[in-house]
Structure formats: structure tokens, C-alpha cells
Design a protein around this ligand. Sequence first.
Ligand code: DNO
Length: 405
Amino acid sequence: MSLEKTWRWFGFDDEVKLGDLKQIGIEGVVTALHHVPNGEVWFVDDIMKVRDAIETHGMSWSVVESLPVSEGIKVHSADWGRLIDNYKQSIRNLGSCGIDTVCYNFMPVIDWVRTDLHHLLPGGGEVMFFNFPVFVAFDAFILKRPGAENDYPSGVVEKARLIAASLSEAEADDLAYNIIVVTQGFIDGTVDESTSEYRKTFLDHISAYDRIDASRLREHLSDFLGEVVPVAEDSGVKLCIHPDDPPFPLLGLPRIVSTLEDLQWICNQYDSIYNGITFCTGSLSVRRDNNLEEMVKKLASRIHFAHLRNNNFTDHDNFYESGHIDGRVDMYSIMKALLEEQRQRMNSGRPDFRMPFRPDHGTKMLDDFSKIANPGYPLIGRLKGLAELTGMEYAIEQQLKFKEQ
Ligand code: DNO
């Protein structure tokens, strides 16, 4: 038994078609109903349409990524009850269609953040880069969020001031647009392409957190889990929270899914395998005090989905996506731990040993430059990652069998 090879597919408009996925050896598809606005119910008919299309191509809808948790749930707005009811109904509907794994996140306002979507590697490929002072330049001097300068170390703010001064108006606009819109629109974020006053909308969302610190946000997450996990259990749907990317506070907003302690706290809020984790190596590894080998082992029984990719630091808090095997994550140890967990589940009679993983993000290369893809999701770069990870997996499986003889 191997891990399940999955692929993030953005629906019928994706340039990569379901038939292509079957051709490259994909077993399970990771997708969402991207046309349904955040907070609304996912209806059975819509779910079935996507599920049936995937199954017609000989694959399964392996994981929902993501069933978005709307801002109203995170900030506990007046329509919290309606939003929670809708979320529960979507889970029931997914369960009734046989879809049993749902990835979600609890990042306030903004999901993943990068400052450069076209960082050139020496060989000519392109990857994504996060530069901390550039991000602060965006926050404090381009977005001009009130009080932003107090949320970062003064040395970084000074660097940011110089960076902001060196950018032309067009470059500053590009930076803001990439951070607020381009990386968020396609994953059903809070601000999408149709929002003309995107900076103001974004600032309004941020100000909804004025009185919400990390402990308050934890209470809101706990309330959310208390409501939805019982429904997930009844519906046979495993929820798996995605970590913060990057795993530290930005924009003065709390981030509470960043460390081993955070993830253990989440697991303890509702003790059920239906309250699980998406183990994203790329997100968790850009925090130097996260020891991923320890995390994967300690959290193993709750991991239901893995995002595998790697990073390298250029200096303190600046990092770029370095591919899948190369980089600071010891991918061998992570893959081995996931395979061991899968085996352990099988041996103990747990039915949920499927363990899907996807090659997360990828280097834009070769023919990727002539195709349209969402940032981070080029075909060839991801395919290379899948091939590397699969080869590594094969070698580890051989080794594990050998050890057992
Ligand atoms: C970015 C993704 C994230 C992820 C969500 C899961 O490429 O890894 O947007 O899908 O955080 O809820």
C-alpha cells in the first residue's frame, strides 16, 4: 500500500484536464466548488456533477480543498449561526456523496502570502519568494495600515521604508495586487478580482479583528470545532486543518495554526480523528523552531492529507520555494513517517488508511511558460515533484519491507 497520489485541480476551467491527470498516474483529485460564494451551502447536485466527472475518468474526489471558513465564522459576526449551519449542511452533503476528507484553514483575512510570484532560479525556472521587509513595505507604506509599523521589529521597518521608497507606483501597485488579489482570488479568498477597491475592502476585513487577539481567535476556532466536528463524525467526513502559511503573525492579525503546540491544542479541543490535520511541509517549515520530524510523528494519527514541498532560506525570514526534495525539509523522514502511519492504521484495522498527498506548488519551467496556471500550480513543475516524491516513496517502501523480514 502506498500513499494516494493526488493533484490539485481547479475545476472545469483548469487548463489541465481530468484526462491529463489519469495519464500522469493521479489516483485522487483535490478540488473545490470554486463557483460557490464563501459562506453558502454546497448542494448535492453541484457536488455530484464534479464527483461524477472525476469518477468517469477513473479517479476519485479524494479531498475537498478547501471548504472555506468565512470571515463571519472567524470573527463571530452577527450571522455566525447561519454560516455555521451552512458549513454543517455542506459537510452533510459532501458525506452523502461519499466524499470523506475536507481541508480548511482558519487564517484571518489572508491565506498564503508571497511577495514575489516570479523569482528566477539560476537555471531559468521560476518559483515564489517571501521577503519579510518587502511584505512590511507593503503593509506599512503601500497599504498604509494604521499602526502597522508597531507590529514589526524596528530594524525591519527601516528596511521596509527604504524598499517602499525605491518602488515605482506601478511596482507598488503590483505588489499590493499580487498579495491581496492574485494569490487569493483563485482559492476563494476574501477579496477577488471583481473587487475594484480591493485595498479598502482588505483593510475593512482586517479591522474586524481589532479586538480579536490570539486567545480570542482560539476560542472562535474551538467553538467552530465544537459545532462542526460532531456533524463531520456523523457524516463520515474527516476535517483536516491547514497550517498558517507562513506560520507567524502578519498584518497585526493573530495566526493560531503555526506550531506543534497549536496543532496539539486543536486536536485536544475535540478528541476525534474527524478533527484532523493537513500536514503541509512547505508552510510549517519556514518557522525555524518547528521540528517537522517531531511534528509528523507526534501528530501522525490525526494527519489525513499531506502537502509535500520544500523551502530554502536566503536569510533570516526570507525564503523561496525550492522544489520538492531539495531544501531544508528532510522529505525522506516525513515520507517515511507517513508510510509508517499508514501501515500502522492498516495493522490496527483503522479503515482510513488512504493517506492522500499532493505535490504542493512547483517550479514553473519549460512549457509551463506558455500556459496559464494559478500562481504556484504549473503542470510540469508539479509533475516533476510528483515523480521525485514517488521515486522516494518507492525506495522507502522497499527499505521498510526489508527491515520487517
Ligand atoms: C496555497 C494553498 C492554500 C491552501 C489553503 C487550505 O497554495 O496551499 O491556499 O489551499 O490554505 O485551506
